[in-house]
Design a protein around this ligand. Structure first.
Ligand code: NAD
Length: 260
């Protein structure tokens, strides 16, 4: 039934992940919050979410750059709640640099966290979803899963990879009652985007306001940021029964970016 669903959201202590967790909790899902840290605040955030929405919520520390940790996160969720209904692969990092200077360790970390983690969590979750005859996988890709921008070689490569993984998994699972989709947001004002502003200012030699309007939102025709609430509502829809025939899609929510 719709009531006792369990949702696992990777990288959900801030930004889009936390917004998606809030929206799924408001929709009645029990929640597994995740990041790589393990602080009292992390566990308090889960208790706060549970109390606010009248659901159960736990925080599970797992570093999404590590294959075993990705798989262990899903295992812990199933041990705790007995099921996994919704898997949202959201954890992601960014680094901006010209390709010839791009640090190798940043390339490796971005590919591991932004792409490979989804492979590992999906591999761990699908046996449980297959046994239940139902499941929802939502990968938070990006407009950069469909379009490129300079100085973001690792991020654009990883996000295009997420779109490819999404399509493949959707086809493999097409007759199982499990759907797999990617959401491709344009710019959302989260800590990840805040952190890019100084780098972009340096690369382009612009002040903050100019870089936001002329560089970051230049490709977003509405010139407005997407909000985490809007993305949360989108994930709630994809997790619902009405979205049963949506699978293998890369779905933009990008203020018109990919219309160009
Ligand atoms: P954010 O930095 O606010 O949040 C990222 C989350 O991932 C945090 O909770 C962080 O703790 C977690 N995380 C980072 N490294 C991790 C690791 N190794 N293991 C586990 N968790 C880890 O970023 P955000 O803007 O909310 O981005 C979330 C996702 O949305 C990312 O995949 C990002 O690429 C994607 N996205 C963001 C935007 C945007 O404009 N903000 C646009 C398109 C796509």
């Amino acid at each position: 039934n719709q009531k006792n669903r369990t949702a696992v959201i990777t990288g959900s202590t801030s930004g889009i992940g936390l917004g998606v967790a809030e929206a799924l909790a408001a929709d009645g899902c029990n929640i597994v919050l995740n990041s790589f840290s393990d602080t009292p605040e992390d566990h308090a955030a889960a208790r706060k979410l549970a109390a606010k929405h009248g659901v159960e919520a736990v925080y599970v520390s797992a570093d999404m750059s590590k294959p075993e940790a990705c798989r262990a996160l899903v295992k812990r969720a199933v041990e705790r709640f007995g099921r996994i209904d919704v898997l949202v692969n959201n954890a992601g990092i960014q680094h901006v640099a010209p390709v010839e200077d791009f640090p190798i360790e940043k390339w490796n970390a971005i590919l591991a966290i932004n792409l490979s983690s989804s492979f590992h969590t999906i591999a761990a979750a699908t046996p449980h979803m297959k046994a239940a005859g139902k499941g929802r996988i939502v990968n938070i890709a990006s407009a950069h899963g469909l379009r490129a921008s300079p100085f973001k070689s690792a991020y654009v490569a990883a996000k295009h990879g997420v779109v490819g993984l999404t399509k493949t998994v959707a086809l493999e699972l097409a007759e199982t009652g499990i759907t797999c989709n990617a959401i491709c947001p344009g710019y959302v004002l989260t800590p990840l985007v805040e952190a890019q502003i100084p780098d972009q200012m340096k690369v382009h030699g612009m002040d903050r306001d100019t870089v936001v309007r002329e560089v970051m939102l230049a490709k977003q025709p509405t010139r407005e940021f997407v909000t985490v609430e809007e993305l949360g509502a989108f994930v709630v829809f994809l997790a619902s029964d009405n979205a049963s025939q949506m699978t293998g899609s890369a779905l933009p929510m990008d203020g018109g970016w990919t219309a160009q």
